[in-house]
Design a protein around this ligand. Structure first.
Ligand code: GRF
Length: 189
């Protein structure tokens, strides 16, 4: 059994979708959901599936407290789904090629610190881009910078709003993130 931890800071629709996807799976299990925000909706969403949750702050993440829990629980793989803090080197070094993130644009476009959610879609709109999409990538020490694993595109027509772009991108996230996680876990030992 491979055990996943998901880290999320906010709404958690992706986290819930991943938990749902692996519910009843015999080889892969989401065994922890962590958040740096005690008010995050994600905590409610996943508690319905009886997944253990933890709340931690930036200090716990930086000083090894979170890593200790990951190791105690024998977590094999970490999935970031709308997690806004940077993952420290100590965790990255223990989980080489075992931490992934999803970003709501076609990286390298519109990534980096402060580029999340509607800030990303706002940029797409301003630039009048004809397409956008999602990027799933390994996590390194910089925001949105690790090796790209998968991208999916959607085409944009005229008369778009941020809301419409967000919906198109979100649909891709829901469709692909769990499957890509499953593929990677099945390929890795
Ligand atoms: C998603 O758009 C994801 O790409 C980004 O954060 C957002 C999380 O949304 N990294 P939700 O909390 O899963 O609803």
């Amino acid at each position: 059994m491979k055990k996943i931890a998901i880290f999320a800071s906010g709404n958690g629709s992706n986290a819930e979708n991943i938990v749902k996807y692996f519910h009843q799976n015999e080889k892969i299990k989401v065994d922890l959901v962590g958040s740096n925000n005690s008010e995050a909706k994600v905590l409610d969403r996943v508690s319905r599936y009886r997944v253990p949750t933890i709340i931690f702050n930036k200090e716990n993440l930086m000083n090894g407290g979170v890593l200790e829990i990951l190791e105690q629980k024998k977590i094999d793989f970490i999935v970031l789904a709308g997690f806004l803090l940077k993952i420290p080197k100590t965790i990255i070094n223990k989980y080489v090629n075992k931490i992934i993130n999803i970003h709501p644009s076609l990286l390298p476009l519109y990534g980096g610190k402060g580029m999340y959610g509607n800030y990303v879609h706002q940029k797409v709109l301003e630039e009048r881009d004809k397409k956008t999409g999602i990027t799933i990538h390994f996590v390194n020490e910089k925001y949105d910078d690790g090796a790209i694993i998968f991208q999916a595109k959607c085409l944009l027509d005229d008369n778009l709003t941020i809301k419409k772009i967000a919906k198109k991108v979100h649909d891709l996230e829901i469709k692909f993130y769990p499957k890509i996680i499953e593929n990677i876990l099945n390929e890795q030992n």
